[in-house]
Write a protein that binds this ligand. Structure first.
Ligand code: ZN
Length: 496
């Protein structure tokens, strides 16, 4: 029997503290690919859709792919932008008489009219199809998974790596479980347990630390005949909503009490080890001092500007780290990306090689990570900002930074872009003529994803909390909607 499967990808990680609202243009800036256009761009890369198509080929499905759309992490998604992408998925589901639905979602989308973006999408799909049609979804482990999402989707599978290098594999896994469900072999549901925390203490880091053991336990439990997927979600802290925080999901059947008891053991481990921080978060002066004295014999020093990560909704225009590096007279360095479209427009009217004066960054919210820097330097390059990744996360995928420029100020080459992008891939420097391998110091706006491409070339990696919007000093953020008490806002709380 040939199953008919509807697929779609819709992804946004919403930082509800960001002033940058997420409208339709923000999706167009990242990607909006309709139908076959999406398969052409994404089927041979580390994407959910590639994994869905792998499963479809394996099982001979007839697939209708509606769309693939994502916006960079930023503020709440406007209703019109949500409905522009949601409506065609719902309409296709209603029209298509499908045997199953398979969606690549993020899990931390907040709408300007609803806290639970993915729950709202699933609610609308469910309202237009029979309850018997299974829905499988994949999630980024930085998902804040609501009970509603678990009751509306039968199958939920999250990535198991951070940096996320297993996105395609996750799509394939979800597709395989969906196939068994459509065939009538299994009848899964997804259970959820949580702890009152903003996020798992190390943001779900999987390369070192306690998550390695948790994932091994999860994988082992998946050996149970009635267990199809165990997902460990770190949650996403920059979200002021009721269902914030880490969750353990088990997609399973049979003895649910037993599966809940297992999930509780993982959740309890996340709770009891909440003080085990893996990164040493230095301030900007500490990292600048290390940078100015660094011996690059074994490769460059990589400094992560953790708090201004555009991949978590940071504005990408915080100046505190760049200012400290310039003051410490760090030589032979590169820095990027700095998001400042206004400055790029000025630079694009100038000539390569010219000395120019600019007022760079710090425009979105100087309270978080510093105000504009008045700089003079040499314009090195201008570009339309397109690049194709070649690293473990973005390999083969096209991205755009919008109109971009490179300036050299004292010893630092600064990549200035229009569209916010986390630094994920060496091509984000190389495509603009910056050679990161040859630098003594590389400063990147990223929390953890940079490690996939930059650790192999790094002599040392250090992490900086520059005080920007994604700072670990959560007490600086105006949380109103998260349930209290919650860790770490209420550090002395106990669980009964
Ligand atoms: Zn993530």
């Amino acid at each position: 029997m040939t199953f008919r499967v509807l697929t779609a990808e819709l992804s946004h990680e919403t930082n509800t503290f960001s002033r940058r609202v997420t409208g339709a243009q923000a999706f167009r800036d990242r990607y909006v690919l309709i139908g076959d256009e999406a398969a052409a761009a994404r089927s041979e890369a580390n994407t959910e859709l590639a994994g869905f198509l792998d499963a479809g080929r394996e099982h001979g499905w007839q697939i209708e792919h509606v769309l693939s759309a994502a916006a960079a992490p930023s503020g709440k998604v406007e209703r019109a932008a949500f409905e522009f992408h949601c409506d065609p998925i719902v309409a296709a589901a209603e029209r298509g008489r499908f045997d199953g639905i398979l969606l690549g979602l993020h899990g931390a989308m907040v709408l300007d009219f609803c806290e639970d973006g993915e729950g709202e999408l699933l609610r609308r799909i469910r309202a237009s199809i029979s309850r018997d049609i299974p829905i499988a979804i994949t999630l980024d482990p930085h998902a804040n998974v609501s009970p509603q999402m678990c009751s509306l989707a039968d199958i939920i599978v999250s990535f198991r790596t951070y940096p996320h290098i297993d996105i395609r594999e996750t799509g394939h896994r979800a597709g395989a479980i969906l196939h068994r469900t459509m065939s009538g072999e299994i009848k899964p549901k997804t259970i959820r347990v949580s702890r009152p925390m903003l996020e798992e203490t190390n943001g779900g880091r999987t390369d070192v630390g306690p998550m390695i053991e948790r994932l091994a336990a999860a994988k082992n439990y998946e050996g149970h005949a009635d267990v199809f997927a165990v997902s460990i979600n770190a949650g996403f802290a920059s979200t002021d909503i009721a269902d914030v925080g880490p969750t353990i999901l088990v997609t399973c059947q049979g003895n649910l009490d037993q599966h809940i008891a297992f999930a509780e053991t993982l959740a309890e481990d996340i709770w009891t080890r909440r003080h085990e921080t893996l990164n040493n978060y230095m301030n900007v002066d500490e990292v600048a001092a290390i940078g100015s004295a660094f011996d690059p014999r074994n490769g460059p020093l990589v400094i992560a500007d953790y708090a201004d990560n555009p991949g978590a909704g940071g504005y990408g225009d915080s100046t505190a780290l760049l200012c400290a590096l310039l003051e410490a007279r760090v030589e032979n360095a590169c820095f990027g990306p700095m998001v400042d479209g206004e400055v790029v427009q000025v630079l694009q009217r100038s000539e390569i090689g010219r000395r120019v004066r600019i007022s760079l960054g710090g425009k979105m919210d100087p309270e978080f990570g510093g105000g504009p820097l008045d700089l003079e330097g040499e314009l090195i390059a201008i570009s339309e900002g397109d690049f194709i990744g070649d690293g473990p996360i973005l390999g083969g995928l096209h991205r755009s930074c919008g109109p971009s420029a490179v300036m050299r100020v004292d010893g630092i080459e600064i990549l200035i872009v229009t569209i916010a992008q986390q630094m994920l891939d060496l091509q984000q420097f190389k495509s603009f003529g910056i050679e990161p391998e040859s630098k003594r110091v590389i400063a990147v706006k990223s929390m953890q994803h940079f490690r996939a491409a930059f650790e192999p070339i790094a002599g040392q990696v250090i992490v900086c909390d520059s005080g920007a919007l994604c700072t670990l000093h959560y007490e600086r953020l105006p949380y109103r909607n998260v349930p209290r008490p919650i860790f770490p806002l209420d550090p002395d709380m106990s669980l009964n």
